[in-house]
Design a protein around this ligand. Structure first.
Ligand code: ADP
Length: 498
């Protein structure tokens, strides 16, 4: 992130910090060294002057003891100039002598020293040495003795130029080194911090990548330090986020599928209600019409007979419709209770065929069976219901002189549970290919007239399919063509888990 205001980055801060640290260390060090040098120079100077003063005292004492006088002032004024020159040669320095009163008595210099030394002379009068510095010049004053007598003071005139030059050269050296250390420290700090910052930049980029939903495939940095641990932490976090996002997406998809299914069911239900209202109205309208006719023509025996027959047919159709519709909707609404048991299939199917025999004969259809022993794990009433529905259709949608065959077999496939297959084949009118996928839909009929004429409701196959699925099986149109159709009802042959 960038802001308009200048913010020194880590690189600059780190570099400045290191440079300042090094420079401070060097400044403290150089201050200590320079103070040491100054102290050392002073001690050495004091010692060498003390030696010079001792030598001067020796020389003057010898001179004083050889003369027969006790007048120190007279001695000094008489010998001062000569002694000053002698001492000057002896020490290699400019020497000036004063008597006890502080009066000038001689000097080794061509001209008299003009320096005001009265302050220093008060020290020498008390027997102490003193010195005065003025720029590169140093005046050292010490008392002079001749035996027990104080004779006056001696003054050495020295130059400090060399010492000052040495001190200055060391100071300059430190300054130069300081500047170099400052620059070197800055560069070193900058380089080091830049390397660390590049790692931070990579971690930052990884975090932004995750923010954009692009999850990491490996840690963005591999290092043995805390940065490495942070990179692994970010990677783990990315993994977890990716996993929960995947899970959420999956759940969202499931939810959407459920919503779609619910919408479909709602649509189906609406359609079902619309259809059933229509289907109920048709026979009722016919019944009402005959009731009106009967009221009008009470004495017409022919009408009476016709109306009786039609009212009965319509009432039967209404009955069948209501019964199947109730059964179907009950199955959707209530948790369907099946009393599944192991049922011997052969006697059950023989019974079903027997019950449909009369209807087959009436339709001129030959109903045959081709049954084998076998069991089915289901509610026997439901199996009977499904078999009767399939047989009923096979007879209804047949031709005069046609045939219907009811057969069964037990199918065992690798890894699958054994299945009881009940097969109903006919030599009927067949189902056109475009209608085959819809015949199990409620109220669907290929030909409404034909279905109605044979007492059909369009609910039979829908009911068979619902029942079969509730029993853990299914029903399918195995084959259909101009020569007839074959329906197969597949149900578990044994108790689940056996
Ligand atoms: P319906 O009460 O009209 O018989 P079904 O749900 O049992 O209703 O069947 C739906 C439609 O499927 C029927 O109207 C018919 O057109 C067709 N159909 C069902 N069984 C057969 C069959 N064995 N042969 C030809 N058509 C059939």
């Amino acid at each position: 992130m960038k802001s308009g205001r200048f913010r020194p980055g880590l690189k600059l801060k780190g570099a400045v910090l290191l440079a300042l640290l090094l420079a401070t260390v060097l400044a403290v060090l150089s201050a200590l060294v320079l103070a040491g040098i100054r102290k050392d120079q002073r001690t050495e100077l004091e010692q060498s002057f003390a030696r010079l003063a001792d030598a001067a005292n020796l020389r003057v004492r010898q001179e004083y003891l050889t003369v027969e006088t006790t007048d120190t002032a007279a001695f000094m004024s008489r010998n001062g100039q000569r002694l000053a020159i002698d001492l000057g040669e002896q020490s290699g320095m400019a020497v000036t002598l004063y008597d006890n009163d502080g009066a000038f008595v001689g000097t080794s210099l061509p001209i008299q020293s003009r320096a005001d030394v009265s302050d220093a002379l008060t020290y020498t009068a008390r027997g102490q040495a003193a010195y005065i510095t003025e720029g590169d010049q140093l005046l050292y004053l010490a008392p002079l003795y001749g035996g027990d007598q104080r004779l006056g003071s001696v003054q050495f005139h020295a130059s400090l130029a060399d010492q000052h030059a040495f001190y200055e050269s060391i100071r300059r050296l430190f300054l130069l080194t300081g500047a170099a250390v400052l620059a070197g420290g800055f560069l070193l700090g900058y380089y080091y911090v830049r390397r660390q910052v590049s790692v931070i930049d990579r971690l930052n980029a990884a975090a932004q990548q995750i923010g954009q939903g692009d999850y990491l495939t490996k840690p963005s940095v591999r290092r043995g330090d805390e940065f490495g641990e942070l990179a692994v932490g970010i990677y783990d976090m990315s993994e977890k986020i990716a996993r929960s996002v995947r899970q959420l997406t999956k759940e969202q998809e499931k939810l959407l599928a459920t919503i779609a299914r619910l919408q479909e069911l709602e649509q189906q239900q609406k359609q079902f209600i619309g259809n059933i209202s229509h289907e109920l109205k048709t026979p009722l309208t016919s019944i009402l019409a005959y009731a009106d006719l009967l009221e009008m023509y009470r004495d017409d025996p022919a009408l009476l007979e016709q109306a009786g027959g039609r009212i009965r047919d319509d009432a039967e159709r209404l009955y069948a419709l209501v019964e199947k519709a109730l059964q179907l909707s009950a199955m959707d609404v209530y948790e369907f209770e099946t009393h599944a048991e192991s049922v011997p299939l052969r006697p059950l199917l023989e019974n079903a065929a027997r019950r449909m025999q009369a209807k087959a004969a009436a339709a001129g259809v030959d109903l045959e069976t081709d049954l084998v022993d076998g069991t089915v794990w289901a509610d026997p009433d439901n199996v009977m219901h499904m078999a009767l529905n399939l047989l009923d259709n096979a007879i209804k949608y047949n031709r005069a002189g046609g045939a219907v065959t009811l057969s069964n077999r037990t199918e065992t496939r690798d890894g699958a549970r054994p299945a009881a297959v009940i097969s109903v084949s006919d030599t009927g009118i067949g189902i056109p290919p475009e209608a085959q996928s819809r015949i199990f839909d409620p109220f669907y009929t290929v030909s409404a007239d034909r279905s109605r004429a044979s007492g059909g409701t369009g609910l039979g196959l829908a009911l068979v399919r619902s029942l079969a699925e509730k029993q853990g099986g299914n029903v399918r149109l195995a084959a259909s063509g101009p020569d007839g159709s074959r329906f197969e009802l597949v149900l578990p042959a044994e108790r689940p888990g056996e």
